[in-house]
Ligand binder design. Structure first.
Ligand code: CUA
Length: 334
C-alpha cells in the first residue's frame, strides 16, 4: 500500500497540532531556567545575542549611512578613496579577535557551570533511551519507571545516561543542557530543579519515525512528597479481587505482554517495553503521545498505531472485552 504525500503531510500536521494539545509545549522553554545549570546557558545565550545585536546595528547603520551620504548626485565627485591604512586594518582585525575571545571565555565558563564534574560520587539515576521511550531506574532505592522522572526540589541528582538501540538525546530545556545517549558509551549529567513543578523533556536527536513522541516529564516535588512517591513505587501490586481485573491479569500473563514488559509481582520481567508496575500512576502514555487515563489506555491497547504510528507496541487485535479486562487489571496496579 502506498501513502499519498498529501496524506502524509496532513498526518504530520495533525500529529503536530495533537502534540501542542496533548503536551504542554509552552513548557519547552529555554528562556525560563529553573536550575543554576540552565541559568548559565540562558545567560550565555542572552550575552551573545546582545553582542550580535550591537554588531548588526553598527554594520547596517554604517551601510545605510554610506548609501545615503555618498550616493551619486548631480555634480558630485568621487568620495575620498583610502587604501593601506594601518590603523583601520589593525582595528578591524583586533576588534573581532577580542569579541571572539570574550565569547570563548564565557562559553568555557558556561560549559563548566552547565555540566559540573562527576567526581567520585556514584550516579543516582540510570536513564536509558529506547526507541521510543525512556527507562528510568533509581539506583539506590531500586524504583523503576518510564518516561517520568521524579526529583526532590533543590537537590542535584547525577544521571547515568545510556542507550539501548540508537543514539538519543536527553534534554529538559528548563533544567539544563542537552546530552546524547549513546549505545555502548555512558554519559553523565547533573539534573536539578529549584522550583517544584512539572518540566517537559524531549529526545533531541533524530532516532527514527517516532522520535517526536519520545518525550518525558520531570516532576519536581518537596522532599516529603518525593519520599512518599518513592515508597509507593516500591510497593508490589497485589493481585486484584474484582473478576474483570482478574480476567485481565490472566490475559496479561497469557498474551505476549510478558515478553517485553516488566510488572513487579508477576513473571513479566523484560525491558524491551516500559515497566508497567505502577502504570496507573503515570501522567502520560507511550512516551508522551497521550495523557494516561483508562480511556486512552484502552485506545492504546486496541490500536497502538492510532496513538503512536510506527510504535514498537504490536496490535494484538484484542476484542473489546479483552481490552476492558486488561485496562481493569492495569488500573489496579497503582
Ligand atoms: Cu530518541 Cu529521538
Amino acid at each position: 500500500m502506498t501513502t499519498h504525500p498529501t496524506r502524509t503531510a496532513l498526518r504530520l500536521l495533525f500529529d503536530f497540532v495533537g502534540a501542542i494539545e496533548v503536551f504542554n509545549l509552552s513548557s519547552i522553554d529555554t528562556l525560563n531556567p529553573v536550575s543554576p545549570q540552565a541559568a548559565a546557558i540562558t545567560r550565555l545565550f542572552l550575552g551573545v545575542l546582545v553582542i550580535l545585536a550591537v554588531i548588526f546595528v553598527l554594520v547596517s547603520g554604517l551601510v545605510v549611512y554610506a548609501i545615503v551620504r555618498y550616493r551619486e548626485r548631480p555634480g558630485s565627485s568621487m568620495p575620498r578613496q583610502l587604501a593601506g591604512s594601518r590603523k583601520l586594518e589593525f582595528l578591524w582585525t583586533a576588534v573581532p579577535i577580542g569579541l571572539l575571545a570574550t565569547v570563548f571565555v564565557f562559553t568555557a565558563k558556561t560549559m563548566r557551570a552547565a555540566n559540573p564534574k562527576k567526581g567520585t560520587r556514584p550516579a543516582d539515576l540510570l536513564v536509558v533511551g529506547h526507541q521510543w521511550w525512556w527507562e528510568v531506574k533509581y539506583l539506590k532505592s531500586g524504583v523503576i519507571t518510564a518516561n517520568e522522572i521524579h526529583l526532590p526540589v533543590g537537590k542535584a541528582v547525577l544521571i547515568q545516561l545510556e542507550a539501548a538501540d540508537v543514539i538519543h538525546d536527553f534534554w529538559v530545556p528548563q533544567l539544563g543542557r542537552k546530552i546524547d545517549a549513546i549505545p555502548g558509551h555512558t554519559n553523565y549529567l547533573w539534573l536539578r530543579a529549584d522550583r517544584p513543578g512539572v518540566y517537559s523533556g524531549i529526545c533531541a536527536e533524530f532516532c527514527g519515525t517516532e522520535h517526536a513522541w519520545m518525550r518525558f516529564e520531570v516532576v519536581v516535588q518537596s522532599p516529603e512528597e518525593f519520599t512518599a512517591w518513592e515508597q509507593a513505587q516500591l510497593k508490589i501490586p497485589q493481585p486484584p479481587s474484582e473478576p474483570e481485573a482478574l480476567a485481565g491479569m490472566k490475559l496479561f500473563n497469557e498474551l505476549t505482554c510478558v515478553n517485553c514488559h516488566r510488572l513487579a509481582g508477576t513473571r513479566a520481567n523484560q525491558t524491551a517495553g516500559p515497566d508497567l508496575t505502577h502504570l496507573a500512576q503515570r501522567r502520560m502514555l507511550a512516551g508522551g503521545a497521550a495523557v494516561n487515563n483508562p480511556q486512552t489506555l484502552a485506545e492504546w491497547l486496541k490500536d497502538p498505531d492510532r496513538i503512536k504510528p510506527g510504535s514498537n507496541m504490536p496490535n494484538f487485535h484484542l476484542s473489546d472485552a479483552q481490552v476492558r479486562a486488561l485496562v481493569a487489571y492495569l488500573e489496579t496496579t497503582k
